[in-house]
Design a protein around this ligand. Sequence first.
Ligand code: DON
Length: 576
Amino acid sequence: MRRTILGQVGLCSAVLLLTACVAPRSGTSSRDQGVASTTGLVVSTDAIASDVGAAILRRGGNAVDAAIATAFALAVTHPAAGNIGGGGFMVIRTPSGEATTIDYREVAPQRSTPTMYVGADGTIDRALTAQGYLAPGVPGTVRGLELAHRRFGVLPWRDIVRPAAALASDGITLTASLAASLNGQLRGSMGRFPSSVAAYAKPGGGTWVAGDRLVQPDLGRALRTIADEGPEAFYRGWIADSMVADIQRNGGIITHADLAAYRAVERAPVRGSFRGYEIIGMPPPSSGGIAVIQMLNLVEPMGLERSGRWSPRTLHHLIEVRRLAFLDRARYLGDPDFAAIPTAKLLDPGYAATLRASIDSSRAASSVALGRDIVTVPTDRESDETTHFSVIDGAGMAVSNTYTLEASYGSKAVVRGAGFLLNNEMGDFNKLPGLTNLTGDIGTAPNLIAPGKRMLSSMSPTIVTRDGAVVLITGSPGGRTIINTVFDVVLNVTLFGMSGREAVDAPRLHHQWLPDAATFEAAAVDSSTLLALRAMGHSVRAQGRQGDAHSIVVDPRTGIAYGINDRRSADSKASR
Ligand code: DON
């Protein structure tokens, strides 16, 4: 089925009356194969940050150096999700084939309790995890980037961090989308935090427009200190003092002891094999690696490539495997340092075969019936702000990094005097023990709040290899949709034979067990397919864009890497 992009837009708006139509379906030919390079690439949601990373590659830095520089730069240029006050995950594969991961997820402060977000009426007080000073976990980003540098970096730390400090102090020119984003935040809940207004409002008043200059002097000072004195300054020096003073003045619970105790952790990746490819993913406390591999295991023998990428049969099965993997996510996953996670079982193709046998090839299962043992009562929407970038260097070292403040602009609260946003990651814990409902709250034990524990994540930085060589580096923001975005991109490349550009452009599908409804980017499902899926018992509806998957594919025949920015985000770029 071949269609022009124009045809898709027409179909989307006229027939399906959908909110957005972001991408052509596969089969739409695309001559744009991405930015080609044999010397290295950085692909991120922000052009300035990609350029900073690429400059580090040109100066002789490796992919890890470039990733660290990009991460610090995004903290300046993409404040919605780039950060030093949040956390994330990095998957690294060296040219010799060694693969490892850096877990720099935030942890719950020592004074946290399992019911700290439950109000007097016994329900979750979502305002407390949405904004303000009780919402953050102990930030992990600076320790994580430090650990990555200690393990793999070749350029001096100072040289890698300094470019970001200069961007903050000298200022950046606002794009239209960043100007609109800041204006929206300042009009909204960020506007009630004076330190955030001081950091992000236009000097002299008025609204930001494209071309204005955003200078962040406090952030510049903090980054310069981190560059010159090292990461310790964030966790014990004046930056830590500012953070603790501001948090405690405003009713938060993070202490100096929490900051001093924070450790990033190197963990073995989870691995799967799929049609001759090896999948290297993030282990718990991310749910992403396990869920993506579990879904690939479920799909492997189904022969979906013969049914066509967008047929009702394919989409039905792709919904059902998501339902099953997300049920196991709810049942089993959390911080492995606190809960026994049955990782080997979940990754086992034999276990997948048992689950697969339960799938009815022509009828949607019931999520509630499948999870009857853990669903308690018959809404917590995760936001879409996180950011992913992919890096490869000339020697073939690959880095897949996703990090986040959780919501867009995190807790909305900037640390006074230090100029950076605090995360609101505590909301990723199961906030009401025992409450698992139809709208997506989960109350199972493995992800309840406990001091020092990492909250379960869906971030899924992923590297795919074949015959010992990297073929795909990918990942995405999007809360629980991340897992499905990554699954879709991996399937598009490995099973459906799309080019990198087609794989990233192709519309995406989401189902997360509960709520029991599939959502899709408009172009994924035409009207007859929609009817067919509904006839099978699926609840399906279109939504706006899903994810932001800045990816790299490598042509195994030529060794040329192609940087594929996700065109869903206006400021993204693949830089070499
Ligand atoms: O770690 C997680 O799964 C979430 N805190 C990520 C949040 C997210 O992706 C929001 N937006 N893109």
